[in-house]
Design a binder for this molecule. Structure first.
Ligand SMILES: [Zn+2]
Length: 271
């Protein structure tokens, strides 16, 4: 989603093509009808505006990005601690995200699912607060950030491999890893990105494990009571529905603030 930097030079002699590919914040008012509908792009520009930086500056992105990841990771941390698992502090990997290191593996699928859903639950709550702030202060930057929060947490709920969703469905049905894997490949195909392909690769061992005979120990690991399975299903599918709805509402709000409806101009800017 990196905009082409060719058009980023100071204004003079900028052709139409350049204007379409990249817009500096100060020309935005003139180019309003063309502004990206992609909340991610809106957010990048606004973050840079606030800090007086070039929209591509990683620091501007991180200033907005890190808090939402931190909230998400804290969710995992809190639940892991509640189960008495030994955990390390969240580890941030620049431009990739973050993870918490469990010094002790979950003892069963239920525990793994609970630790898995803790992150998206708290992360989504954080995005909701962000959205409310955006509404209250009429600040589209917060709404764009909320949209991003919804999206990130939703992506993490993809039921595959080491993603949170992959851990959560260990308590539902591990066969959900298959549609999750297909979804991830579709996503990686549509939005080619090294990290997503890396997640695809890292998901392979768990997919493979579906087709080999389980050891007795593994069988014990995946045992969950019907009420646990029921509760986790409601939380998991409920959260997915809430996040989809949140993204939709945030997108509508952004449209209200003058950002064009979904699809138009999207292909031009986000490459
Ligand atoms: Zn997570």
């Amino acid at each position: 989603m990196e905009p082409d930097k060719k058009g980023a030079g100071p204004g003079r002699g900028r052709g139409r093509r350049d204007r379409e590919v990249f817009r500096e914040p100060q020309v935005r008012s003139f180019a309003a009808p063309e502004i990206s509908s992609d909340p991610a792009e809106v957010w990048r520009h606004n973050a840079a505006d606030d800090l007086g930086l070039h929209p591509d500056m990683g620091v501007a992105i991180c200033a907005r990005f890190c808090p939402s990841i931190l909230v998400h990771e804290s969710g995992h941390l809190l639940v892991a601690k509640k189960f008495g698992l030994k955990v390390g502090a969240p580890v941030f990997i620049p431009f990739m995200g973050a993870f918490i290191a469990l010094k002790e593996a979950p003892r069963n699928a239920w525990m793994e699912a609970c630790v898995g859903i803790g992150g998206p639950l708290l992360g989504s709550l954080g995005a909701l607060v962000c959205n409310a702030l955006g509404e209250f202060f009429a600040a589209p930057i917060f709404i764009a950030l909320a949209w991003f929060g919804y999206f990130l947490n939703l992506f993490n709920l993809t039921p595959v491999g080491m993603l949170d969703g992959g851990r959560i469905v260990t308590a539902l049905s591990r066969w959900l890893w298959l549609p999750g894997f297909a979804l991830l490949i579709w996503f990686a195909w549509k939005y080619p990105n090294f990290i997503i392909w890396l997640i695809v690769l890292l998901s392979l061992p768990r997919i493979y494990s579906l087709f080999r005979k389980r050891t007795e120990e593994e069988q014990r690991y995946f045992e969950v009571t019907p009420s646990q399975r029921c509760l986790m299903s409601v939380l998991y599918f409920g959260l997915i529905a809430v996040l989809l709805f949140g993204m939709h509402v945030a997108q509508q709000d952004l449209n209200k603030y003058g950002f064009r409806s979904h699809g138009h101009g999207h292909d031009v800017i986000v490459q």
